[in-house]
Design a protein around this ligand. Structure first.
Ligand code: 13P
Ligand code: SF4
Length: 347
């Protein structure tokens, strides 16, 4: 008669089965990373990734001579890199920006479904009507917009450079029409004192940070510096020691004396923060109220669509090529060029 395994043996068997499963997944992931590295070389391609993407994608970009950065640097890096193919791991507006700035390069993305709530919330036709109603205003749009919206703009800005551009325009006596992020727009308005008319858009990730939850966490960690992305609500921005783009947040964590930081932006940034300053402690700012089961769900669902599998497939089969109507691209190039030229001189 077959002898039954003891409960202890059964548990040991289950654990070793799970361990074997984990090991085989790791081997698969390693094989996938090797495949991506080989394909990048074979296709004369470079990987341009945002800080919010999966840490494995960020590491691959670093290991293969690509770039991991904020949206401003992604645009500049892609434009200046000699590779004939750019693989943009991020969201759609980042792929479109790369294509507009490098019309002769092939731009691929792991998925074309990865969009942004700011882009969705600013349809080009409605935005164009809004601009028509305010012809006396200089149109400044955030990079998180479609090519068609950029084509209607005088300036494009990212969060790295928004304050400086609007400050400059204000000093020239210009009144601003700002779109689409109302939180970043009102932050810029408060900081510069410029006359800014706001479009009503928001980032679904940053809009969720809660001032009361942040105050509670600050009380538990009174020595922590608070770093906030300006897409967050004003009540959260008010509590910040440093307000800035993803790169500015990373630089602040490196440069400030504090040992602990509370960070209000997408959790993908923790990979870079921990890599750069491993001896400091990072805490995510709360997005949830007291009754919620998770304390923070600061993860962009669209950034999370970038994965090793779809990245490898896009490269291998030339899938998900970003194409921008040449007429629109020509028009959108002008405000994008302005931004990069301004950044070159002022950042
Ligand atoms: P950065 O320009 O700071 O990288 O921001 C892009 C973005 O989408 C933030 O949510
Ligand atoms: Fe857009 Fe917000 Fe995602 Fe950034 S985090 S890509 S602003 S939805």
């Amino acid at each position: 008669m077959e002898q039954q395994a003891s409960p202890q043996q059964w548990v040991r068997d289950q654990i070793s089965g799970l361990q074997a499963g984990v090991e085989s997944v790791e081997i698969d992931r390693d094989a996938q990373k090797k495949r991506i590295k080989d394909l990048l070389q074979a296709r004369d391609a470079v990987l341009v990734a945002h800080y919010y993407t999966d840490p494995e994608i960020q590491a691959l970009a670093e290991e293969t001579g690509g770039c991991v950065s904020d949206s401003l640097e992604m645009a500049r890096f892609g434009r200046d890199h000699p590779a004939s193919t750019l693989v943009v791991a991020g969201v759609k507006f980042m792929g479109e920006t790369a294509k507009i700035l490098s019309p002769d390069k092939r731009v691929l993305m792991p998925t074309l479904e990865a969009t942004c709530s700011l882009d969705i919330g600013c349809p080009a036709d409605e935005f164009s009507d809004f601009c028509d109603q305010h012809p006396d205003r200089t149109v400044v749009v955030y990079a998180n917009t479609s090519a068609a919206v950029k084509a209607r703009a005088d300036w494009v800005v990212t969060s790295s450079i928004a304050l400086k551009v609007v400050d400059y325009l204000d000093s020239q006596g210009e009144k601003i029409l700002w779109a689409p992020d109302k939180h970043l727009g009102s932050y810029v308005q408060r900081e510069t004192g410029a006359d800014v008319l706001l479009w009503d858009g928001a980032c679904i990730v940053h809009d969720e940070f809660k001032a009361q939850g942040l105050r509670d966490l600050m009380a538990v960690y009174p020595d922590a510096a608070v770093l906030v992305h300006p897409e967050s609500p004003a009540s959260v921005v008010e509590l910040a020691d440093v307000v800035g783009s993803t790169t500015q947040i990373i630089n602040a964590a490196r440069d400030l004396e504090n040992r602990q930081f509370i960070v209000a932006t997408d959790q993908g940034i923790f990979y870079k923060l921990q890599q750069l300053v491993p001896d400091k402690e990072f805490l995510i700012a709360p997005t949830a109220g007291n009754g919620a089961s998770c304390r923070s769900c600061a993860n962009c669902p669209w950034m999370a669509m970038n994965a090793l599998d779809n990245l490898a497939e896009a490269l291998d089969r030339g899938l998900n090529e970003v194409l921008v109507d040449p007429g629109l691209a020509d028009k959108a190039m002008m405000p994008l060029d302005r931004m990069l030229e301004f950044a070159r001189k002022n950042l």
